[in-house]
Write a protein that binds this ligand. Sequence first.
Ligand code: ATP
Ligand code: MG
Length: 341
Amino acid sequence: MIQVEGLTKYYLGDQPAISNLSFYADRGEIVGFLGPNGAGKTTTMRILTGYMPASAGKAIVAGYDVMRQSIEVRQRVGYLPETVPLYKDITVWQYLDYMAGLHGMTNPDRTDRVEEVLDQVDMLDRADSLVANISKGMRQRVGLAQAIVHNPDVLILDEPMVGLDPDQRREVRELIQNLGEARTVMLSSHDLAEVEKVCTRVLVINRGRIVAEDSPEALANNMQGMQRFYVRVDNDAAGKLKELVMSVEGVAEAKVDDRKGGLEVIATRDSNARPAVAALIVSNNLDLLELRPLDMSLEDIFLQLTAEAEAELADEDEWDDLDDDEFDDLAEDLDEDEETK
Ligand SMILES: Nc1ncnc2c1ncn2[C@@H]1O[C@H](COP(=O)(O)OP(=O)(O)OP(=O)(O)O)[C@@H](O)[C@H]1O
Ligand SMILES: [Mg+2]
């Protein structure tokens, strides 16, 4: 239902906003597109809905090519853009009636359908309010209503939960789940907890690349499997703290915190990295000043996943560059490593 291969978009300059994205989403799936600011979520969604051309790659949505058949795509896709363009001097009803008209719907079906979707997003009692006078959360719900008014096969929702209070979030979540049963839904979010509640599969995107793809449960477990802590020593004139810390089993990353020269360390949770770091510092005659746990921020998690994905890419490149003899040697070494474990 959504099939994407090698999708790439350059705006200005030589840094792509998205780079070589490939993924799919089937009917009955609610796929979450999870990533921090600037990751490329909106860019991807605008391409998938036929509103913007890609620089390279291919996307088939609801059976049509988004580049060459964008009219057909738009007829079959419901799109909730990041900022919903609402015409402020008309009523909620008039707006939806107008959007239904744009999709070629005529009366009497059109009136029935507008009433139905307004009911679905729980906005029937505000049908006669001016769009200019409704709250942000309500505007978001009207945006959802226009996305589903033509009963599309595929729904692409750019941050559908933004601006909603917890009750409304729950309602919209249920609505998306109902809609998703017989359709293909893709929604973007910054919030793993939110995505976990509604999605069947999650794509994590950072800096224009997909860095992880998993079930929400597996992803949450994986992310919770990391710990972050801060370590600072007094007399590290030789600057060897980072190297020492990186040598500890389970440590994935150590970055210098500029203000005081301490290190922020990310390690697997089940490793004994924290006591091991302490022991190593002491045995190297450094004065341990601070060693305390830090919360894992979503940003850290995205960076961590990105680093893992990049390391994998680099590994693949390394294998690709080898000639046959080197390949055999390396494969032998790896086999020996396996045996000695
Ligand atoms: N119209 C544009 N012209 C130039 N650069 C753009 C344009 N739109 C987005 N970008 C850049 O492309 C990258 C991806 O942006 P995009 O809006 O797709 O990210 P996003 O994941 O939707 O972020 P957010 O969570 O903040 O909505 C960013 O670096 C952004 O600055
Ligand atoms: Mg966006």
